[in-house]
Design a protein around this ligand. Structure first.
Ligand code: ATP
Ligand code: LTN
Length: 335
């Protein structure tokens, strides 16, 4: 049986956090053997909000190192940087010309991010079309992402179906979002009603970053917002969102069931013990990743070499697909 093809991406905006790890990266690593994998550091997506050029350049290599440190194996998966494969930007234009504007204006991520910008860039609105291309140019069957990206994968399906019906053939594979059962939506420690996000990590106490030192992880959990009660149980009560988030993180990290998690904290003397218990399992999970990251970042030439191999493999798949699109759409291919 041929393996299902997987595509996923992550922005090199620094500050990779446990939400990214539990919601996405960990699941990419876990299923690497069963699938044919393409993982992409989506630097072009990062440009949709203003970036410092030097920081973006650093963060792109750093993100590749984080993915390798987390267990992405270049012998099993193609790991590459989006801008190294020109088919993405080229094919995005072609998809722009079949995507109705109204579909993009309805995207919740666009509305949220646009509300935070003084001047909204065209690229921010077009972000989901670039993402659709990432997925469609590889004929990916599955797209493992956190909950917040579900709407973008659904839009990708709509764009694929529209193209297929406009040009009268099954040209694009219509992909499925794969959302994990646990860890799909880790909330901010400072505000458990908003998702943990890279762009908010400048605020102290918002996120646990993958590269945080143990002391910092413990400190951030100790500061996490909870409530004035002392009951340590899973709950849908909005007033208990902080405790629920901490228990959810513990559950995702340990793989235990909800009743096992609650049993682990049955003797806790209060939220202090809960925070310490969660911090300990997170520190244990992240320490080997941080150590491998530090090792990999000592050899940027080797990182660049791995990314060049990845770009070549990715180009071999996506450029022929974009060329075929051009042909279907009526463009003359150069001889
Ligand atoms: P930004 O805040 O800059 O938009 P982000 O934290 O959402 O960034 P992305 O690079 O956009 O990070 O997302 C990478 C992957 O991590 C995606 O699959 C996304 O769904 C997942 N992800 C992001 N935040 C969370 C979260 N809080 N919980 C679970 N998964 C998440
Ligand atoms: N928008 C995604 C990142 C992303 C992506 C993709 C994810 C860009 N292209 C293709 C899956 C497949 C995000 O995580 N914010």
């Amino acid at each position: 049986m041929t393996k299902k093809r997987v595509f996923s991406g992550i922005q090199p905006t620094g500050n990779t956090h446990i939400g990214n790890y539990l919601g996405a990266i960990r699941n990419w690593v876990a299923r690497q053997d069963e699938k044919e994998n393409f993982f992409c550091v989506v630097d072009l997506h990062s440009l949709t909000v203003p970036q410092d050029p030097e920081e973006l350049r650093y963060a792109t290599r750093a993100m590749a190192a984080v993915l390798l440190a987390a267990g992405i194996d270049p012998d099993k998966s193609t790991l590459f940087v989006q801008s190294h494969v020109t088919a993405h930007a080229e094919g995005c234009w072609l998809l722009n010309c079949v995507t109705p504007l109204g579909w993009l204006q309805r995207m919740t991520q666009y509305k949220d991010k646009a509300a935070k910008q003084e001047s909204v860039l065209t690229g921010l609105l077009d972000y989901p079309v670039l993402m659709a291309g990432d997925i469609l140019f590889y004929d990916a069957d599955e797209v493992p992402v956190g909950e917040d990206q579900k709407q973008h994968v659904e839009l990708t399906r709509d764009i694929a179906q529209r193209f297929n019906s406009l040009y009268g053939q099954e040209f694009f594979v219509v992909p499925q979002p794969i959302i994990p059962e646990v860890g799909a939506r880790v909330m901010g420690l400072d505000n458990p009603t908003a998702k943990m996000s890279k762009s908010s990590t400048d605020k102290r106490g918002h996120a646990i970053r993958i590269l945080d030192e143990p002391k910092e992880i413990m400190r951030s959990f100790k500061r996490a917002v909870t409530d004035s009660g002392n009951e340590i149980v899973f709950s849908a009560d909005p007033a208990k969102a902080g405790v629920n988030n901490l228990l959810g993180i513990y559950k995702a990290v340990t793989g235990k069931s909800e009743s096992e998690v609650e049993a682990d904290f049955a003797d806790a003397r209060g939220y202090g013990d809960l925070k310490k218990g969660v911090a300990e399992v997170v520190i244990e999970m992240l320490t080997p990743i941080r150590e491998r990251y530090e090792y990999l970042m000592q050899d940027p030439a080797e990182l660049d070499r791995l990314l060049a191999v990845g770009a070549e493999q990715a180009t071999a798949v996506s450029q022929p697909k974009v060329n075929a699109m051009k042909e279907i759409m009526g463009l003359v291919l150069p001889k």
